[in-house]
Design a protein around this ligand. Structure first.
Ligand code: HEC
Length: 209
């Protein structure tokens, strides 16, 4: 028994295997070169597969990234599931506008509007900016296949009747195809542009630029 254990776990590699090991060792350097070359081929093949542009011809590492999905602003804009409850948005907007219309606030508001909003909403806020026109003509927005309000008129009664906090909420959270400005504009800049919309696009305040 003791002899058997020694032969199984000790130095007792069967003579036959010892023999094979010895012959592999004698082929050593050449064998290693072949293995290395094969490995190199695999690496090159993987790199080539990864470098192919567009699709991924060899799907070695399956990733969720390569699924069917829609980018921001890409039709169709997905609606919230039925029965969803808002946790952000105009319904939940509160807060007081810290600004009253005055020259410097309205000049700043006009600057923010002309940098971030005019290309969609238009200079008078009528919703006729060139970007919205492109979205209609090239992507079919505002037609039956993409029936979103695509002529957002900031002088319409539903905007006029909205509180400043409501306007702030729309700008903060975005509205359908309109992006959220929460990360693009500071809190004060969002209130400034609200003040500008109210005083200069809806009314015609004396201090408008
Ligand atoms: C990509 C184009 C786009 C940009 C940029 C954009 N908007 Fe809009 N905005 C829209 C569209 C389209 C709607 C209407 C969405 C709807 O009602 O379906 C809208 C809606 C609104 C509304 C709600 C009232 C309404 O007419 O529906 C306000 C207020 C508003 N935008 C203000 C702004 C302000 C302020 C900026 C800049 C800080 C801005 N938007 C930038 C496209 C844009």
């Amino acid at each position: 028994m003791k002899d058997q254990l020694v032969s199984n776990f000790g130095n007792g590699v069967p003579t036959e295997r010892k023999g094979r090991g010895a012959s592999a060792a004698s082929r050593g350097p050449r064998g290693r070169t072949i293995v290395l070359a094969a490995l190199l081929l695999v690496v090159v093949a993987l790199a080539a597969a990864g470098c192919a542009s567009g699709t991924y011809p060899v799907d070695i590492f399956y990733e969720m990234h390569y699924q069917q999905s829609y980018g921001p602003h890409e039709p169709p804009v997905l609606s919230a599931p039925a029965g969803s409850v808002p946790i952000t948005g105009v319904q939940l907007s509160t807060g007081e506008n810290p600004f009253t219309p005055g020259e410097s606030v309205l000049a700043a508001g006009e600057y923010i509007y002309s940098t971030n909003c005019v290309f969609c909403h238009g200079a008078q806020g009528l919703g006729d900016g060139p970007v919205l026109n492109t979205m209609k003509e090239s992507f079919g927005y505002g037609t039956d296949s993409q029936p979103y309000t695509i002529t957002p008129n900031l002088t319409d009664s539903y905007v006029v009747d909205q509180t400043d906090a409501g306007l702030y909420g729309w700008i903060t959270n975005g509205v359908t195809v309109m992006p959220s400005f929460a990360k693009l504009l500071s809190v004060d800049d969002r209130w400034r542009v609200v003040t500008y919309i109210r005083a200069c696009l809806i009314d015609d305040h004396d201090s408008c630029p």
